[in-house]
Design a protein around this ligand. Sequence first.
Ligand code: CP
Length: 316
Amino acid sequence: MVGKSVISLDDLSLPQIRELLHKAQYIDSHRREVAHTCDGRVLATLFYEPSTRTRLSFETAMLRLGGKVIGFAGSQLSSASKGESIADTLKTVSNYVDVVAIRHPKEGAALVASRAASVPVINAGDGGHMHPTQTLADLATLQSRFGRVTNLTVGLCGDLMFGRTVHSLIETLCRFGNVRFVLISPDELKTPQYVLDRINATPSCSYVEVKDLVSVIGDLDVLYMTRVQQERFFNEDDYLRLRDTYILDEDKLQLAKPDMAVLHPLPRINEIAVEVDNDPRAAYFEQVKNGMLMRMALESSVVGDELPGYVPLESK
Ligand code: CP
């Protein structure tokens, strides 16, 4: 994994993803031991789009490993505002740092960045395309809730068209196999065909598309709620009409399995009533913690720094 850019989780093998899950568990229980793993390293966070969790967790991940962080949050404070290309920015920043995390509103921007950079580039979200490190957080949460990421019925609900976390998660779960997807969305926000093709190409996986959450919630092991992505809509009226299509509350949760896990990449707007936060099925703030741990595992891996005392899964 040393030196590797991660634009999609397809860039990592399943054994590498399993190793990251294992590393993140180790990091969680050995925080002091790993605190100098990345001494002398520098991370750049280049965020051309707003973020709370992803940027701050990438940054605290490097800080907690002993490294340092530079970067910008908002392209108006960088030379992108003067017209500098992503490629020139990455050729420049590669001289300053050991690893880059980039978020950009355009699909494909992270790939362009990785081709120009001479250090590993991690995609922190490119438009409506992919968000691989969110998927690492999601996998860690499934693993901790169920002890597995396969043999699950996974409902994904809301904006399945623009929700990049949905696309990354489906893509990766298909690689693990044995997942039944229940895709819950209004007609206007259905899952893109390239994502459905991915499920169709996986014999052990299947999907159904439905519009009604209540009629399927009782079948689900996982309910992955998503926000309607206002920033990707061309038409404000469409956003206003669709934004509150699905609201998960305690009444709906009464119809769900007692051990169903509710995930959400956050930020939430109205999709999950605040009352649900106290339900033991709510797993979305665990996802936040897992996101930081998985980014610690990924950053240390791509820069090639060994976690002190860590025994790789592959050698067990
Ligand atoms: N889940 C996620 O990407 O959150 P932010 O947009 O706050 O980074």
